[in-house]
Each structure stands twice: as structure tokens, then as C-alpha cells.
Design a protein around this ligand. Structure first.
Ligand code: NDP
Length: 330
């Protein structure tokens, strides 16, 4: 699937082009992967834009960038054998020739393959370092997470609970709020679609918010800013409410609360932790194996041609846990 045009607002079908070409042959030092599952990420929207960011934009006519897991089906690389299951940035395509750079071998006996795109993949790692390194919660402190029923948010809240924090999730709709409390074990959830977030925070976080893990930006960030505890840390992980803006991004109008409360707001990009990924994955895998962490994947069938429509589910809030597109049968 190629990027055909730079979208304005939500991506449209005309922003994509599906192209069929013969499958590539690996050269010496390369191997061929059959892609099984694709990671669908809000960040993809940003990668479609021109301009300076933390990663270069996907070019017009280029295969859309995507994390994926698949199986090696032919190899001329000493480190990767036929039959190995691998995770890497294979792109929105059915087959990918790789030289092995930034590719890891994963074990489907330890966890189902889609988990390696979520809790044991980029979103789990983001939750781990974003919360522990940037949020730095202490036991007994109050942690608030937005997009709480999503891939990153659900893991953030569960780790915070494991650390002994009081955890409040913000999510869209009654069903997701129930999920956040009943399945992910948060102490409370706020439905931003039907509740006044500021008022609900007064009720659920009477002593203020010590850590806000922000996945959405916009009005919700503004509301949480009014409820900060002294010395609070805000982790700017994402701002999905702003990704499809056709107007410039709106900055937080309540930012003076940072001054009043001696608080900080820090951006984090998971790629900066590349040399420590294995540390996060080992801990996350340990919690999963012990039944202390619940991983949720929302897997859609349909293959590469279903990518444009399935991606939109993220922006409509239709996913629960990690959104994954199945490309081939296991
Ligand atoms: P999610 O699984 O959380 O899916 C996105 C969710 O965002 C939706 O389900 C929806 O939940 C919510 N959402 C969509 N539109 C809006 C809106 N207008 N206002 C409020 N909420 C909205 O995605 P991920 O877990 O993959 O990503 C979560 C965030 O983390 C994103 O902002 C992403 O860009 C960021 N991220 C950042 C990384 C980094 O290195 N900094 C790495 C990975 C992700 P609901 O129904 O509750 O509204």
C-alpha cells in the first residue's frame, strides 16, 4: 500500500494506492518475510505529513511505514532462518525483503504474535518508559491516563496499579469505561464524551493529579491541567485529538497551572529508548506470564487492502486495546 497523497484532515481512500508487484528475492545478507500482522498506530497519521518531526515523513509513492510481525520464508542471512518469526518495520505489504536491521526474532510459543505489536511491542514499551522514566510515579500517588482503553493507555494504568498508585482512566463511552475498571483494574474511569472531566477529576482525585499520562492533548489536557498536585509530571506521549486538525494545533490554555504547582510537562519518544527495549520487554513479559498484566488486541481481518479503512478505527475510537490488521493466516 503506497501513500498516494498527503491527507488534509482524516485520510481518505484517494490518499492511498494499492499496487501489485512481484515478490522480491533476497540477496546475500537478506531474507524474505511473509507479513502476518500489521500494527496500526495513531502516529501513522503524522508520518503522512510533510515537515520536520521525530522521524522522516513517508514519501509520496513509498510503501506506508508500519510495524509488523511475520515469518521468514527464505533466507540468505546467517542470523535469520526459514521459519523464524520476526518483528520489524516491514511496512503495509504482504512480503518484505529485509537485511535484518532493527528486526527481532519473537517466540509465538511465549505469546500470540499480535501481542508482539502491542504489550510486548512498541506500545507496551512506550507505556513502560513513558510512565517509569518520565512520569516517575510513587506508590500512593494519583495517576491519570487518557485513551485508557487503548494499547498504550491500558498498559500504563496497569503498571501504575502494580506500583501501588491510585489510577484513573479517561476514555470515550460507557463500555470502554467499564472495560478500564473491570478488565484493566483501574480504580475509576471518566467518560469524556458524557462527563465533565474537570468535575469528575475533582471527585476521583480530590488531592490532585501527580502524574498525567497524556495520549490525546486538546480539551482533556486542558481539563487535567486544572487539577494538578504540587510537583506533578505530565507525560506528553501523544495528542490524537489533534492529529487530523485542519487548523493549527491548539496549545493548552491552562498551562499556568505548571507554574503554580511547580509541575513539568515532558515529551517522550519511544525510539529514544531503543538500547533499553529488551529491559522493558523482559519486565512486561514477566508481568504477563504472572497474570499481573492483561494484554488486549483488537485484530481485524482483511489484509492490506483493508488498511485504509481499518486505520480510521483509531480516530473514531472503535478499537479496544491494540489495533492490529491480519494480513495472512498463521
Ligand atoms: P490507542 O489504542 O489508544 O487508540 C487510539 C484511541 O484514542 C482511540 O481508541 C480513542 O479512544 C482515542 N481517541 C481518538 N480520537 C480522540 C479524540 N479526538 N479525543 C480523545 N481521544 C481520542 O492508540 P495507541 O495506544 O497506539 O496510542 C495512544 C497514543 O500514544 C497516541 O497519541 C499515539 O500517537 C501515542 N504514541 C506515542 C508514542 C511515543 O513514542 N511518544 C509511541 C506510541 C504511541 P476513546 O474511544 O477512549 O476516545
Amino acid at each position: 500500500m503506497l501513500l498516494a497523497a498527503r491527507p488534509v484532515g482524516l485520510p481518505r481512500p484517494t490518499d492511498w494506492k494499492l499496487l501489485e508487484v512481484p515478490v522480491g528475492e533476497p540477496d546475500e545478507g537478506e531474507f524474505l518475510v511473509q507479513v502476518r500482522y500489521l500494527s496500526l498506530d495513531p502516529a501513522m497519521r503524522g508520518w503522512m505529513n510533510e515537515g520536520r518531526s521525530y522521524i522522516r515523513p513517508v514519501e509520496i509513492g513509498e510503501v506506508m511505514r508500519a510495524g509488523a510481525v511475520g515469518r521468514v520464508i527464505s533466507s540468505r542471512h546467517p542470523g535469520f532462518a526459514v521459519g523464524d518469526h520476526v518483528s520489524g518495520a516491514f511496512g503495509v505489504q504482504e512480503y518484505c525483503v529485509s537485511d535484518g536491521r532493527d528486526v527481532t526474532i519473537v517466540d509465538p510459543a511465549l505469546a500470540p504474535l499480535p501481542v508482539y505489536l502491542g504489550t510486548l511491542g512498541m506500545t507496551g514499551i512506550t507505556a513502560y518508559f513513558g510512565l517509569l522514566d518520565v512520569g516517575r510515579p510513587q506508590p500512593g500517588q494519583t495517576v491519570v491516563v487518557s485513551a485508557a482503553a487503548g494499547a498504550v493507555g491500558s498498559v500504563v494504568g496497569q503498571i501504575a496499579k502494580l506500583l501501588g498508585c491510585r489510577v484513573i482512566g479517561i476514555a470515550g463511552g460507557e463500555h470502554k469505561c467499564r472495560l478500564v475498571v473491570d478488565e484493566f483494574g483501574f480504580d475509576a474511569a471518566i467518560d469524556y464524551r458524557s462527563e465533565d472531566v474537570q468535575k469528575a477529576l475533582r471527585q476521583h482525585a480530590p488531592d490532585g493529579v501527580d502524574v498525567y499520562f497524556d495520549n490525546v492533548g486538546g480539551d482533556i489536557l486542558d481539563a487535567v491541567l486544572t487539577r494538578l498536585a504540587r510537583g506533578a509530571r505530565i507525560v506528553i506521549c501523544g495528542a490524537i485529538s489533534q492529529y487530523n486538525n485542519t487548523e493549527p494545533v491548539k496549545g493548552p490554555s491552562n498551562y499556568m497551572s505548571l507554574l503554580v504547582n511547580r509541575a513539568s510537562m515532558t515529551g517522550m519518544v519511544v525510539f529514544d529508548y531503543a538500547d533499553r527495549y529488551s529491559e522493558a520487554v523482559a519486565k512486561l513479559a514477566e508481568w504477563l506470564a504472572a497474570g499481573q498484566l492483561r494484554s488486549m488486541e483488537d485484530v481485524f481481518p482483511g489484509g492490506v487492502s483493508a488498511f485504509p479503512e481499518t486505520l480510521l478505527r483509531l480516530f473514531r475510537g472503535e478499537n479496544r486495546g491494540k489495533l492490529v490488521l491480519q494480513v495472512a493466516d498463521e
